[in-house]
Design a protein around this ligand. Structure first.
Ligand code: IPM
Ligand code: MG
Length: 351
């Protein structure tokens, strides 16, 4: 029997995770869930944003469902290593070896109006997968320091780190449109020179996948110029952070996109790509769909329940087609529903 660690976190986290967990229980009643503190609320309660009990629970679970961490209240914690993002989210990813972050940016046809791009570019939907390296690069490289006059971040990649994420990119492409675009800054960065050489080497094992390379600045531009040219994008940590937010906005709203962070086995961490949205926390208007869709990814990648994953995705599709909209995905003047109503509609649409 699978066990899932549920970490609601801060801001809108608890509201959206509550709804997502109720849907998990409906489609997979045998999966056990257990909650723990993470982020600012954990800092307030225990003095650390990632308490040892929470990490312990994560280690003994088969998957983690996380809401969001952080908020203005905790941005002022004097030790930056105790702030929720750096003290909880990054160590969770690193300690658990979750090096592959999958961020599918799917624009449902019914939401074409919500996209930041013209219907002529995205009118009949969009489906791009961003594969982001998650435990290397400038986020974690040493030295890292700031003495008030001079600050240092270090971008480091080993060949091994690039090889394993390249395999994830190629294998994802094999299951989809068989096109992989590797994004780097090879004209400037040494890590990118190694990145490109290594991806080219790994490519020999995937003759059925068409590989292209793109510089990150060009990719940022191409994503808004013609997003449909992309199938799977594979890139390093910081570039992937930026490009995945851009890809998300093209699909209409950050509130729609789930993510999966995977390591070697089936263990994974699942979270919406949006943050804790302190401005709307507690108002009951947050879009729960990114978290609900993260549950679908969890069922697919960590629990081997493809059918249950598809039930959730189909239900979300139906609800969107029926015209239900939370404020983040509503057009001007369109009627909106709240978090609970949206989740209730998904529950009702499950067949
Ligand atoms: C994300 C977030 C995080 C990141 C922050 C909160 C540390 O932006 O998951 O994309 O940069 O990885
Ligand atoms: Mg980000």
């Amino acid at each position: 029997m699978a066990k899932v660690a549920v970490l609601p976190g801060d801001g809108i986290g608890p509201e959206i995770v509550r709804e997502a967990v109720s849907i998990l229980h409906l489609v997979a009643p045998d999966i056990e869930t257990q909650e723990a503190l993470v982020g600012g609320c954990a800092y307030d309660a225990t003095g650390h944003p990632l308490p040892a009990e929470t990490l312990e629970l994560c280690r003994e679970s088969d998957a983690i469902l996380l809401g969001a961490v952080g908020g203005p209240k905790w941005d002022v914690i004097p030790d930056p290593d105790l702030r929720p993002e750096r003290g909880a989210l990054l160590p969770l990813r690193k300690h658990l070896g979750l090096y592959a972050n999958l961020r599918p940016a799917i624009l449902h046809k019914a939401l074409a109006d919500a996209s930041a791009l013209k219907p002529s570019l995205v009118g009949d939907g969009l489906d791009v997968l961003v594969v982001r390296e998650l435990t290397g690069g400038v986020y974690f490289g040493q030295p890292k320091s700031n003495d008030g006059n001079r600050a240092i971040d270090t971008m480091v990649y080993t060949k091994e780190e690039i090889v394993r994420i390249a395999h994830v990119g190629f294998q994802a492409a094999q299951k989809r449109g068989k096109r992989l675009c590797s994004v780097d800054k090879q004209n400037v960065l040494m890590t990118s020179v190694l990145w490109r050489d290594t991806v080219n080497e790994v490519a020999k094992e995937y003759p059925d996948v068409e590989l292209t390379h793109m510089l990150v600045d060009n990719c940022a531009m191409q994503l808004v110029r013609n997003p449909k040219q992309f199938d799977v994008i594979v890139t390093e940590n910081l570039f992937g952070d930026v490009l995945s937010d851009e890809a998300a906005m093209i699909t209409g709203s950050l509130g729609m996109l789930p993510s999966a962070s995977l390591g070697t086995g089936t263990f994974g961490l699942y979270e919406p790509i949006h943050g804790s949205a302190p401005d709307i926390a507690g108002k009951g208007v947050a879009n729960p769909l990114a978290t609900i869709l993260s549950v679908a990814l969890m069922l697919r990648y960590s629990c081997g329940r493809e059918e249950a994953a598809q039930r959730i995705e189909a239900a979300v599709g139906k609800v969107l087609e029926s015209g239900l909209r939370t404020p983040d995905i509503a057009g001007a003047g369109e009627a909106t529903v709240g978090t609970i109503e949206m989740a209730e509609a998904v529950r009702a649409a499950l067949v």
